[in-house]
Design a binder for this molecule. Sequence first.
Ligand code: SAM
Length: 325
Amino acid sequence: MPQRTPDSLAVEFRDVDSAAPDKILRCLDTLQTMEAGRAYKARALEHLGLGPACVALDVACGLGDDVARMKARCARALGVDRSHNLIAAARSRHPDAGCEFEVADAAALPFPDEAFDAVRVDRSLQHIADPSRVVREMARVTRRGGVVLGAEPDWGTYLLRGPHSALTERIEHDWVRTFQNPWIGRELSSLLAETGVGDRRQEALWLLTQGFAESELLFEIGANARRLASEFPEALAWLKAYRAGPKIPGSFVIFSFLPQMIWLDTALRRAHNGIFHLRPIANEADKSPIRETIHERAEGQGLRRGWLARRAKRGWAAAAPARGE
Ligand SMILES: C[S@@+](CC[C@H](N)C(=O)[O-])C[C@H]1O[C@@H](n2cnc3c(N)ncnc32)[C@H](O)[C@@H]1O
């Protein structure tokens, strides 16, 4: 079960209106300023296949920036989010773009069947208790032949830079365990298959942070290390060394895209074989050793899962260094 950690971003995104607004805004805006963040959002927009007559919906739209991008390419673009604060911010951020914003729960979309040509969700199923219900709702409100798009991370691929240590692993996994659905990226295809969405296509893109400041804003490395320090004081020295590290890509996570889900008639449903294949399309040309290594590890998830299960059985305390080591 995900741990309830009061000041973790991953927990606060479940109920933004009870969270510190500055932190939420900083996190959402940081992603938009990052090259990798802009790249995956542009790729997702491309895959929506929007045209001048289209009507599009962004589920859990946050500050509405993706709604404005969709509106620039189609007739109507709507965004829904359960946060009153974020919907108010989206309205004031995009007053003239012709976007429409509404407070709504993603699990009960207030729209009739087949109302949209394209429906997207971006980094939000990871926070929602019943993602299959949301995906069913997204498929319901999408017209036959329309596009359902999910851009969700697979936190099983989250990696911190630097030499291997049990402490680093522990900090990675303390963060990952705060998510409601940390493996949603690899689950998306099956969820869509269950709703009758056919012709599923999948891509994976790296999200690389540059330097400590970006990693800290998105992944709260400092807070995680400080929390751990009550049990393992050496976590503070780890944090100091990590913070002083070189400005190379700092943290990684693979975003799984299911960019073009065409909802077909039930007669045309395809069986899903359950194989999740990671293909870092955006960075195929980049053969740097660090990325290749990480790619191999990501593709070996089966092995990694078994190893993690054994670790979990022994308890994380066994994975972290003993005091005085
Ligand atoms: C990480 S943010 C992503 C926001 C936006 N999609 C983006 O790409 O910037 C997650 C969003 O999910 C919203 N959210 C969480 N649970 C929700 C629910 N049950 N229904 C609708 N929105 C929800 C949050 O309020 C927040 O805006």
